[in-house]
Design a protein around this ligand. Structure first.
Ligand code: PLP
Length: 232
């Protein structure tokens, strides 16, 4: 692999190519750099190359990196991992976005615990789009009600939907999964015309970002293609 700066350039070109093929403007897709299990120096290198949004999966690890990088004032932090109830306070206090909300109880805690000095926390609802037994996420059928409830919470701003489709499926069925998420977001927008900022489809990773972008992704979450393989 090249340097982190080279990799950011390479992924940015992949995004540009995919948006062009889909007749979408290049700026309609944001790159979220997934830095889980990577050291703060890697984040610093990415930030020096202009990448300012980072995704983390583990609260304690993320808080340590935030402390080590406190001199970089303009980083945006996205929590993308499974959420335990006892971690919501730290998430609400230190992150700008959460992509992995899949039940109302967690949403209520995040809203209650969001500091008043900060803007509402940006939220995506995670959907278990392939109905995998082992995967986190709400079912597609439960999304309309969950969204309606989350929209009412004052500490949160519902931005859209997130999914991690089963990677072990054909390209065609992977595409169907992304498409199902896009359809669900459109239905939410129709059902909640007054909800502002319901504009986000967080889908696509290192191996499948092109397909996700063709199906409407607005945030791609990319780790390996930027920072290399993770240990263990
Ligand atoms: C690790 C992770 C990613 C990044 O995956 P890569 O294949 O390394 O690009 C994206 N989203 C979530 C939720 C992750 O946990």
């Amino acid at each position: 692999m090249g340097s982190i700066a080279d990799n950011i350039g390479g992924v940015t070109r992949r995004i540009q190519k995919a948006t062009k093929a889909a007749n979408r403007p290049p700026e309609s897709v944001r790159l979220l750099a997934v830095s889980k299990r990577k050291p703060p120096e890697d984040i610093r290198a990415a930030a020096a190359a202009g990448q300012l949004s980072f995704g983390e999966n583990y609260v304690q690890e993320a808080l340590e990196k935030m402390a080590a990088l406190a001199d970089l004032r303009n980083l945006e932090w996205h929590f993308i991992g499974p959420i335990q109830s006892n971690k919501t306070r730290d998430i609400a206090a230190h992150f700008d976005w959460v992509h992995s909300v899949d039940r109302l109880k967690i949403a209520r805690r995040l809203s209650d615990q969001r500091p008043e000095s900060k803007p509402p926390l940006n939220i995506c609802l995670q959907v278990n789009v392939d109905n995998e037994d082992t995967k986190a996420g709400a079912t597609l059928t439960s999304i309309p009600q969950l969204a309606e409830d989350v929209i009412q919470l004052p500490g949160l701003r519902l931005r859209g939907l997130m999914a991690i489709p089963d990677p072990d499926q054909s390209e065609a069925s992977l595409r169907e999964s992304f498409r199902a998420l896009a359809t669900a977001l459109n239905q939410l927008r129709e059902a909640n015309p007054d909800a502002e900022g319901l504009d986000t489809l967080s889908m696509g990773m290192s191996d499948d970002m092109e397909t996700a972008i063709e199906e409407g992704a607005t945030i791609v979450r990319v780790g390996t293609a930027l920072f290399g393989a993770r240990d263990s």
